[in-house]
Design a protein around this ligand. Structure first.
Ligand code: SF4
Length: 918
């Protein structure tokens, strides 16, 4: 079966509205054919079902997959995986560069085999938006944006040069260069089409085939696109690579939580308050790993930009998606953002023909569970100081800060003495930094940032209106505040300029600093040295206020402990107040030039004032102009030289981009699955080892193996950059694996950091049994051909999906990880890299088995005929020669994963499939 199949007679025609007909795979017909009660399914499930039906080829996707999903049951034990073939992929630069490195390495491998390197070509469109690299070094001046962009280019030249090679080498790989916007806002405003098509074939009567826009992205907030009725979520790089090469993304059949929205936001309440309220409510409702689908009159009344904010925060409430179905509002948004009339008509006709047009009302859909939210109950809020789900109503913030100040750190507090609260410290500035009084609760960073908010003109205009009123009353921002404005697209600047509001934001220091993630991803840049010193010297609990979506400790800035998420107008308000221990609903924000107190209520714009300005915000011609000819509008990008050719010429001297060794000995046939014998433990870890413990993203220590490597290659310490920016260089990343300064290897009790006991007979430089770095030990074991294992506790690989956590593990020579339990994505990433995940049986673990890493391990029963979740035996041989055998579960969970494992990972598997068909 192929895309031209006609399973259950579902390939049908529909009216394009321009006198022509298009083809589609009809969901109503699937129901008519008696396959399942399709029209009662959640809309998000039906959109996935369309992909399963259309891509049914009897191999990757079977008829049984179609039947199973068409008969989705709201409440059932979830064991079946759904093969989901997505229509496109979006990437940001931190995750996209390593992915392009892998594609380039595949081309090199294919060329070495004497085949056509063009065989490696993404089968679906891939768009990479460079947004994660800009940092707020300059701020508060008219030229801040240009200067930050200049620094970004000088810091990232090598990476950008490589991206330019990728653009010319792959037909389906496109780059939105730096200085344009943030991936999810650009996706919403420009990349998303809503409905896609493949051209008609030459067969008589053939017409173009239309299908829903679906995607995965290598960024957790990919879900923002769910606000436009598009199914998509964030995945790890390994899954994205497979998706790119035509493999399905597999995910467990989800529960779908229906959230019935009623009512409307009140005067004085923003869409940000609504997003924070939904986040808190759904975190409590435990929606982790589930689809969330919004419905009811409240959902129908929300504009797409409000829906997108709620959808954006799905990772914060833990859901796989936060989905809004398709309706007339989506058509309005597509039209307003410059998509053509013809396209909008086809979009609407397609979803009408599929019975998917309109927000469902109560009783129309069978959800796993239904929750209620009256939007009229939402109140002005912030969230923090450490977690996005900890929402605080504005009048309570002062007291909450005071309480948190003295609460123990273990209870999410700051562990300070209450006497300290009112102390203040002078910060002596110089020409480049300002003087002021620093207190606990002082706002030091106020950032209008993040696609979450900057994609919504209503809150951005509200910030501008509030700034105007503040300037008119003569208010000023506290001198210690580092203020910044970093929108997710240039459209924002266009409407802030046209409405004349940017000038007021400028007067308060909210000058444009760049179009990118900036403070939201932690690129808030340094604080003035005097401020930094004072924070450290007096251990000040300083605050940041940002319109972002994450505020975990040290994410926003290393030195700032209390971080609050708030709407853009509240960010301006807190910058004016200069502190967070204030009740803005009762206390004055400052004094006007007339000497009178000014309150927040004096500055807050009305809904009507915002609506009046909105007329200027969404103009189709502006979107068309700004999303055209990126290169022409971006001279710095044009200046970056591009190398040509289908195969990348790897530069042996580069410390950013290197050919990874994944395909070094690549052959056309996979090896046989065989037993693992005589393995040594590289690490014995406790519970909750995170992907950041395994593969840190942050700074590189001078004395670490990665630091030494960089120094040996002529990189000065100040140019080390981070592990995150060096993910295109496997030499750095392998040395950085298990190198987090906080990881605790129980083989070397009492230590922190990437050390182990090495029992290799030669090569590591120390006597067997001595302590060495994990990297040095792994290399010594590799030299003598000793396989390695990792022993761990519960929730191994928890935290954000990070493919280098699996890649680095594989490159160190680890053949199996034996843990009490695994985080879902990391388990699949391990299999995706050819590393065997094994699970201890209930009641057995490293402690009960008294494992200290001096043992050797054999894995018995591993071989041809391996079955998903099969029991295997782990034979432990202790130093005194005693052996013990314990059963473990092989956590290769599905038949396709057996294939991946046998091939040494997903990518070698896909590569061999492609070569076999060549
Ligand atoms: S602005 Fe924040 S949420 Fe949006 S893509 Fe960047 S880091 Fe992610």
């Amino acid at each position: 079966m192929s895309n031209a199949h006609n399973l259950f007679d579902t390939r049908r025609q529909f009216d394009l509205g321009n006198g022509q007909q298009g083809a589609l795979y009809s969901l109503p017909q699937l129901e008519k054919a008696g396959v399942g009660p399709v029209s009662r399914l959640p809309v998000s499930i039906r959109l996935v079902l369309e992909s399963v039906l259309r891509n049914c080829d009897g191999k990757r996707v079977s008829e049984q997959n179609v039947r199973a999903l068409a008969n989705w049951i709201p409440n059932a034990s979830r064991t079946e995986e759904i093969p989901f073939v997505v229509a496109r992929i979006v990437l940001q630069d931190f995750t996209g560069v390593p992915l392009l490195v892998d594609l380039a390495a595949m081309r090199s491998a294919v060329a070495r085999l004497g085949k056509n390197p063009k065989l490696i070509e993404p089968l679906v469109p891939v768009d990479l938006v460079v947004d994660h690299s800009v940092q707020v070094d300059f701020y508060g001046t008219a030229d801040a944006m240009g200067k930050n962009l200049g620094l970004e280019f000088s810091r990232n030249r090598e990476r950008y040069q490589f991206l330019k090679w990728g653009m010319q080498a792959f037909d389906t790989f496109k780059v939105v260069p730096p200085g344009i916007g943030i991936v999810h806002q650009v996706n919403l405003e420009y990349l998303a089409k809503g409905v896609l098509s493949s051209p008609a074939t030459s067969a008589p009567g053939s017409s173009a085939l239309f299908y829903p826009d679906t995607l995965v992205g290598t960024d957790s907030h990919t879900t923002m696109i769910n606000g436009l009725g598009i199914v998509g979520w964030g995945v790890g790089g390994i899954e994205a690579e497979a998706g790119m090469l035509g493999q399905p993304v597999y995910f467990l059949t989800p529960d779908v939580v229906g959230v019935h929205l009623t009512g409307a936001l009140r005067e004085g309440v923003t869409a940000t308050d609504m997003a924070l309220t939904v986040t808190q409510m759904l975190r409590k409702a435990k929606v982790v790993g589930k689809f969330v689908e919004y419905f009811g009159p409240g959902a129908a009344a929300l504009p797409v930009v409000d829906r997108a904010m709620i959808a954006n925060m799905a990772p914060e409430y833990g859901a796989t998606m936060g989905f809004f179905p398709i309706d007339a509002e989506c058509v309005n948004y597509l039209r307003a953002t410059g998509r053509s009339e013809d396209h909008c008509r086809i979009y609407e006709n397609y979803y009408r023909a599929q019975g998917l047009f309109g927000i469902p009302q109560k009783g129309e859909i069978n959800y796993s569970v239904e929750l209620e939210l009256d939007l009229g109950t939402v109140a002005p809020s912030v969230a923090g100081p450490k977690r996005p789900q900890d929402r605080i109503e504005l009048p309570n913030l002062k007291q909450e800060f005071v309480d948190a100040f003295t609460k123990p750190v273990t209870a999410s507090g700051f562990g300070k003495q209450s006497d300290d609260l009112n102390k203040s410290f002078s910060v002596e500035g110089n020409e480049s930094s300002r003087t002021g009084q620093l207190r606990h609760g002082s706002v030091l960073i106020a950032a209008i940032t993040s696609c979450t908010n900057t994609s919504n003109p209503s809150v951005m205009l509200a910030a501008g209106l509030l700034a105007r009123k503040a300037v008119e009353r003569g208010l000023q921002v506290n001198p210690l505040v580092k203020a910044s404005l970093a929108p997710g697209s240039r459209v924002v600047t266009d409407y802030l300029e046209k409405t004349g509001l940017q000038t007021y934001l400028d007067q308060l220091g909210f000058n444009l600093v760049g179009y990118g993630c900036t403070t939201c991803i932690g690129n808030s840049g340094p604080l003035p040295a005097a401020v930094d010193e004072a924070i450290a010297k007096y251990d000040v609990v300083a605050a940041s206020v940002l319109s972002g979506n994450r505020n975990f400790e040290a994410r926003v800035h290393q030195g700032i402990k209390a971080n609050f998420l708030a709407s853009p107008p509240l960010v301006v308000a807190f910058a004016l107040a200069g502190r967070v221990d204030i009740d803005l609903t009762r206390e004055p924000i400052g004094k006007g030039t007339d000497g009178k107190d000014v309150y927040l209520r004096d500055l807050w714009p009305t809904l009507q004032e915002v609506r009046d300005q909105m007329q200027s915000a969404l103009r189709p011609e502006v979107f068309r102009r700004l999303y055209r000819d990126f290169a022409g509008q971006n001279p710095k990008w044009n200046e970056i030289p591009s190398t040509a050719g289908e195969v990348y010429h790897w530069d042996a001297c580069s410390t950013y981009i290197q050919e990874p060794p994944f395909f070094a000995d690549f052959g056309l046939r996979p090896g046989e699955i065989s037993e693992i014998k005589g393995a040594r433990a590289l690490g014995v870890f406790g519970d909750s080892v995170t992907t950041d413990h395994i593969s840190p993203a942050g700074s590189i220590k001078k004395t670490s193996p990665a630091g030494k490597y960089l120094m040996e290659h002529g990189v000065a310490f100040e140019d080390f950059n981070s592990y995150g920016s060096r993910r295109g260089n496997d030499r750095v990343m392998t040395r950085g694996t298990f190198a987090n300064v906080r990881i605790k290897n129980l083989m070397v009790p009492g230590t922190e950091g990437g050390v182990t006991k090495c029992f290799a007979s030669e090569g590591c430089g120390c006597a067997p049994g001595e302590t060495s770095s994990i990297y040095d030990a792994a290399m010594a074991y590799q030299k003598e051909g000793t396989p390695l294992v990792i022993i761990a506790g519960q929730e191994y690989g928890t935290g954000s999906s990070r493919d280098w956590a699996a890649k680095g593990t594989a490159l160190l020579g680890v053949k199996a990880v034996v843990a009490q339990s695994f985080e879902r994505i990391h388990r699949s990433n391990l299999v995706g890299m050819g590393v065997l995940p094994l699970q201890f049986k209930e009641g057995s673990n490293a402690q009960t088995l008294k494992l200290n890493g001096t043992e050797t391990y054999d894995l018995v029963g591993l071989g041809a005929g391996l079955k998903p979740q099969q029991d295997l035996e782990l034979r432990i041989t202790r130093t005194n020669g005693q052996t013990e055998t314990v059963p473990v579960t092989c956590r290769i969970d599905t038949p396709i994963e057996i294939d991946y494992y046998q091939h040494g990972g997903i990518v070698p598997y896909v590569l061999r499939q492609l070569l076999a068909g060549a």
